[in-house]
Design a protein around this ligand. Structure first.
Ligand SMILES: [Fe+2]
Ligand SMILES: [Fe+2]
Length: 190
């Protein structure tokens, strides 16, 4: 179901493997930030019938956040300031105004962020198998959940307006392909 138009740049994996403590801090913030859009989406009238599902995502993301915090603690890595992700900012910046437009764009952005997380967690789980089995198991355990979030957000948009969703998905996939190619020297998930 993952439809991305660009591969993850080849330098991403060696960069993150080279600085796992920074990646774990970034990951903690990513999970924290993932809990907020699902709650923010509940303000849209169109999504009132989906409030329970959105709450379930928010709760799951907070649980993920807790799990990462626990790993940080166990490894003696102090929780620190988040780094800004030009990739996430670039996607979110393109959300249009206007209630229906905004909700569709917002859902697609969330879907793509979840989709890339799912893809990257899978890569990390494989790459860490021998280097850091504990972390490998942890990343593998998140893949299904992030994949479900990806699909849920996409299907919510499609249920509201299938034609608009296809048009905007195509726009966002092109934008995402551009953004993922931007160089980023920091060890971050996105
Ligand atoms: Fe998560
Ligand atoms: Fe998620």
């Amino acid at each position: 179901m993952l439809l991305f138009r660009e591969k993850i740049p080849p330098d991403w994996l060696p960069k993150v493997l080279g600085d796992l403590p920074s990646v774990l801090i970034d990951h903690a913030h990513l999970e924290r930030k993932a809990a907020t859009p699902s709650i923010n989406l509940e303000k849209y009238h169109d999504l009132f019938p989906r409030v329970d599902e959105l709450n379930a995502i928010a709760i799951e993301e907070l649980q993920h956040f807790q799990l990462v915090l626990r790993i940080l603690k166990k490894r003696g890595i102090p929780f620190a300031q988040p780094q800004k992700s030009p990739w996430i900012t670039g996607l979110m910046r393109s959300i249009r105004n206007g209630v229906r437009h905004q909700v569709i764009d917002h859902l697609i952005c969330c879907s793509l962020i979840e989709g890339r997380s799912c893809e990257k967690f899978q890569l990390l789980a494989q790459a860490l198998e021998t280097i850091d089995p504990e972390l490998s198991t942890f990343y593998a355990s998140l893949v299904e959940s992030e994949g479900n979030h990806y699909a849920t957000y996409y299907l919510m948009a499609k249920d509201l307006d299938p034609i608009e969703t296809q048009t905007r998905l195509s726009f966002y996939l092109d934008l995402e392909a551009e953004l993922i190619r931007l160089p980023n020297r920091l060890a971050m998930l996105h």
